[in-house]
Design a protein. Structure first.
Length: 255
């Protein structure tokens, strides 16, 4: 009954059913990676096609990450901006200064795999220059979960109707009531450089800087994209922030 009702609705949008309306826009992207090259390799396999340019930011001494980028034919920016620990904000700012992007930019963590419809969604929803965007991610706690899912996948978007949110547990969203509510957080954020004020560089780990970026946008400019649900992959069940000050988790392999 529900499907029939949807099919019988009068289409007043001017959009052909089943076809994503497309607006050609440029979207550059960056990801930070230090000591997580085995996980980065999966991210690049899934996510690089969503962007016009993807740059991986790493330390000059991280030869494994540099090797993985060479394998995937992905640009590398090597910098000492991370410092002794993992000053993610300083490294992102340094990479943006190197990239000199003029339009939309996505930052995605190196353990985030994007679904194959990501680019179509971003080109169809009318991205606004004065907004910051975020979306959900499923959490996969072991490599075996990812391998099994890819071998027998179930679509996240189905029959041009359903957005499935039950494939895996969905990671928590973040809100701050004193800032009006929902905050797109740093595992994936999309902004336009004309309104982006940069990351704070006072945090010596990966914590907090992403939230501070979102807080520079008013609540009505912090936009949630339900059509995209990414995969957040872990090599073992880990608490939030387990690798935020350097790699602690086991290798991403099936033994």
């Amino acid at each position: 009954m529900y499907d029939n009702d949807l099919e019988n609705l009068e289409n007043t949008s001017g959009i052909t059913p089943g076809v994503w309306p497309q607006k050609n826009i440029r979207i550059d992207a960056l990801t930070t990676c230090v000591g997580l090259s085995d996980i980065l390799s999966w991210m690049l396999l899934f996510s690089k096609s969503a962007f016009d340019r993807l740059v991986v930011v790493t330390k000059p001494t991280d030869t494994d990450t540099i090797r993985v980028c060479d394998f995937h034919n992905v640009e590398v920016f090597k910098t000492e901006a991370f410092g002794e620990r993992f000053n993610k904000g300083r490294a992102i700012n340094a990479c943006l200064a190197y990239m000199q992007p003029k339009g939309f930019v996505a930052h995605c963590d190196c353990d985030i795999l994007l679904p194959n419809h990501t680019r179509k969604v971003l080109q169809s929803i009318g991205l606004q220059e004065d907004c910051i965007y975020g979306f959900d991610r499923y959490t996969l706690k072991t490599p075996k979960q990812l391998f099994n899912f890819i071998s027998q996948p179930k679509p996240f978007l189905e029959s041009n109707v359903y957005i499935h949110t039950d494939r895996f547990p969905i990671g928590a969203r973040v809100y701050k009531s004193e800032y009006g509510g929902y905050l797109p957080i740093g595992f994936a954020q999309i902004w336009h450089m004309s309104h982006f004020k940069g990351y704070e560089e006072i945090h010596e780990t990966a914590a907090r800087g992403d939230m501070r970026v979102s807080m520079t946008y008013p609540r009505n400019k912090r936009i949630f994209i339900p059509e995209i649900i990414a995969l957040h992959i872990e090599s073992e069940p880990s608490p939030v922030g387990y690798n935020w000050e350097g790699r602690k988790s086991r290798p991403y392999i099936i033994e």
